[in-house]
Design a protein around this ligand. Structure first.
Ligand code: ZN
Length: 322
């Protein structure tokens, strides 16, 4: 595999190589004209699903070491990342995409990011401010599961970040993450999730537990994707023949959907997660479902498509949609 690009490069005449170097210099020179003190605005993407307007916002990102992936040897994970040009010194980059759903009457936020608990994160409040949405305008938050990178932004300093929001969380995750016995048996890296879950139930006493697949509000419904955690759910947004399935941690960058056997060490039940992933990948590919996934490259929007006997991620167009 590696010999192909090397051969291709060897065929580029010396003059062309100079031209490429010159292009690189020109790009650097141009970028130096942007004053360094100018803060880049947070990345935002907006698309329509029938009457819904969905905005993708980013809380940040973190690089996950290759050794944190399960189901395959570390070298195989790194190999997949290299083939996809996604291998970084720190591992594979996970984005923390959040989705704000506007149904014309209510604002519903799906997940809230790690809010500083992992990597370079905590940018969701600035992203919301950039689109003119104050936290008290959020009517509901749907949590896909209670890992800290999805619920960290619900609270801060002993206060609710979304004072007027009704919180929806699967009952199985509420039970799991508030059980002292589970906490005592859990490894250190899961303790921040137990901390965040304790704050979540303390500060959102009006939390609405989700029991099974159901509609939360017209056109917004819960899809059971148990495995990654006991109450791991997806959210389907559907109107006028269009739909978007927000699938949270069903897909991780670089390794999915090409290898359903590969997983991540946060997974509560690796075998159950693998089974769900295999089933879901096949179904999503057959349906051609439009998917939004938390950790895929921004804005996490795409489809699972068959390609030469394998499955691959096909990013979907979003700019200037709707
Ligand atoms: Zn996650």
């Amino acid at each position: 595999m590696a010999s192909v690009p090397r051969r291709a490069l060897a065929m580029i005449p010396a003059g062309a190589a100079c031209a490429i170097a010159g292009f690189a210099r020109a790009r650097i020179a141009n970028s130096a004209t942007i004053p360094s003190h100018v803060q880049m605005p947070p990345p935002l993407a907006r698309f329509s699903i029938g009457r819904f307007t969905v905005t993708a916002l980013v809380d940040g990102y973190a690089d996950m070491p290759f050794s944190w992936f399960t189901g395959r040897p570390r070298q195989a994970i790194e190999g997949l990342a290299r083939v996809g040009f996604a291998a970084r010194p720190g591992g594979i980059r996970f984005v923390f995409n959040q989705y704000l759903v506007d149904d014309g009457e209510r604002l519903i936020l799906i997940d809230t990011g790690p809010a500083g608990a992992m990597g370079d994160s905590g940018h969701l409040p600035a992203a919301l401010a950039a689109i003119g949405v104050r936290p008290e305008r959020i009517d509901a938050v749907i949590v896909t599961h209670a890992h800290v990178d999805h619920i960290g932004g619900l609270t801060a300093g002993g206060r609710r970040n979304f004072p007027k929001a009704i919180l929806h969380v699967d009952r199985r995750d509420v039970s799991h993450w508030t059980d002292p016995a589970n906490r005592a048996a859990a490894p250190d890296f899961l303790q921040p999730s137990f901390d965040a879950a304790a704050e979540m139930v303390r500060l959102y006493p009006d939390l609405q537990p989700i029991d099974g697949e159901r509609e939360i509000t017209r056109g917004v419904s819960v899809v059971d994707l148990t495995g990654h955690t006991p109450g791991h759910i997806g959210v389907r947004i559907e109107d006028a023949g269009q739909s978007l399935l927000m699938v949270s941690d069903m897909l991780f960058p670089a390794i999915h959907p090409s290898d359903a056997a590969a997983g991540f060490f946060f997974e509560q039940d690796p075998a159950a997660a693998r089974r769900m992933r295999s089933r879901f990948f096949a179904l999503a590919a057959a349906e051609g479902a439009l998917i939004a996934a938390t950790h895929m490259p921004f804005p996490g929007l795409g489809r699972i498509v068959p390609d030469g006997g394998q499955l691959r991620w096909q990013p979907a167009a979003w700019a200037h949609e709707g």
